[in-house]
Design a protein around this ligand. Structure first.
Ligand code: FE2
Length: 275
C-alpha cells in the first residue's frame, strides 16, 4: 500500500503522514465508543491523573495494572483545590488506556483492520503485534503538555522495533496542541528508558546526556481527522498544552515486531495481540 517515495520519506524523517487514511464515519464511530466508556465511568472510583510528573503510589497502582484493562485517567488540571471536578467528567478525562484494542469491539475491529496491518508490514514490522492502545482527549483549555520523549523508552525491544500509529480522530492544529516531531537534525540514540522493577517501583532512567531538540527544531503536524501519522520509536516528539476551546481527540497504537525481544523491564507486560 505504501509507495516507494513514502517509504523513503519514512526512512529519512522517521515519520510519515497519511492523509485521508480513514473515513469521517470511522472517526465518528471511535469517538462515540470512547464517549460511551466515559459515560459509564464513575468519576469517584479514582483520582488518578496522567502526568509525567506525578509518581505517587496510587497513580502507579492504577496505571501499572491497566495494561490489560480499559481505564480512564484524568487531566492534571481537572480538579479544583477541594478535590472536586472543575467541569463535567466528559471534559476532564485525559485518556483511556490501555487495552481498547482487545476489549472494546469498535476499537478491536479498527485496530486489526487490513490497512493498519498492511502499513505495519510495509514499514518492515515482521509479525506485528499491538501492545497498547490509547484514546487521548486533549481536552479544551486543560489538555496537558506532553514533553519531548521517544516512544521506545516505554516499549523497549532488542533490537528496537516499536512503531507508533497516531490517528487524528479530530482535526489537530497548533491551537489545540497537535503532535510536533523533530524535523531534521541528528537522530539521538534512545535517551530514556522507563523501567518497572519486580516490586512495582518505576524509574525513568536517563541513558545519555545529549539534549532534546530545541522547540524551534520541531515540525507541527497539523492534520485533518482521519489522518494517520506513523513514526518510529526513536523519533523525538511532544505536544503543547491545549489552551483553545476545541478538543483534539486521537487514537494511538504501539506496535512492535514479534521477532524482537520485548524487555521484561517494560512497564506493560500484558499479552500483545498479533495483527
Ligand atoms: Fe509519544
Amino acid at each position: 500500500m505504501l509507495t516507494k517515495e513514502q517509504l523513503t520519506s519514512y526512512q529519512q524523517n522517521g515519520y510519515l503522514v497519511l492523509e485521508q487514511c480513514f473515513s469521517d464515519e470511522q472517526m465518528r464511530s471511535l469517538k462515540n465508543s470512547a464517549n460511551k466508556i466515559v459515560t459509564n465511568f464513575d468519576p469517584n472510583s479514582t483520582r488518578s491523573v496522567f502526568s509525567t510528573e506525578d509518581h505517587s503510589k496510587t497513580r502507579d497502582d492504577y496505571f501499572l495494572s491497566s495494561g490489560d484493562k480499559v481505564r480512564c485517567f484524568f487531566e492534571e488540571d481537572a480538579f479544583d483545590q477541594a478535590g472536586g471536578l472543575k467541569q463535567d467528567k466528559s471534559l476532564s478525562i485525559n485518556k483511556i488506556g490501555h487495552a481498547l484494542h482487545q476489549l472494546v469491539p469498535e476499537f478491536k475491529t479498527f485496530s486489526h483492520n487490513n490497512k493498519i496491518k498492511s502499513i505495519a508490514q510495509d514499514l518492515g514490522l515482521q509479525r506485528p503485534q499491538i501492545h497498547q492502545s490509547m484514546y487521548i482527549f486533549k481536552q479544551p483549555k486543560i489538555g496537558g503538555v506532553i514533553r519531548w520523549h521517544q516512544d521506545a523508552s516505554y516499549f523497549f525491544t532488542s533490537p528496537l522495533s516499536v512503531v507508533t500509529f497516531w490517528l487524528a480522530v479530530e482535526d489537530a492544529t497548533l491551537l489545540n496542541g497537535c503532535l510536533q516531531v523533530q524535523s531534521g537534525g541528528p537522530v539521538i540514540p534512545l535517551k530514556e528508558q522507563f523501567l518497572r522493577y519486580p516490586d512495582d517501583s518505576t524509574e525513568l532512567k536517563t541513558l545519555h546526556d545529549m539534549p532534546w531538540p530545541n522547540d524551534d527544531c520541531s515540525k507541527p503536524l497539523e492534520v485533518k481527522k482521519g489522518t494517520l501519522v506513523v513514526f518510529n520509536g526513536l523519533l523525538p516528539h511532544f505536544s503543547a498544552p491545549n489552551l483553545s476551546d476545541k478538543s483534539r481527540h486521537a487514537f494511538t497504537l504501539h506496535i512492535t515486531c514479534a521477532n524482537t525481544q520485548y524487555a521484561t523491564e517494560n512497564w506493560l507486560q500484558a499479552e500483545p495481540s498479533l495483527l
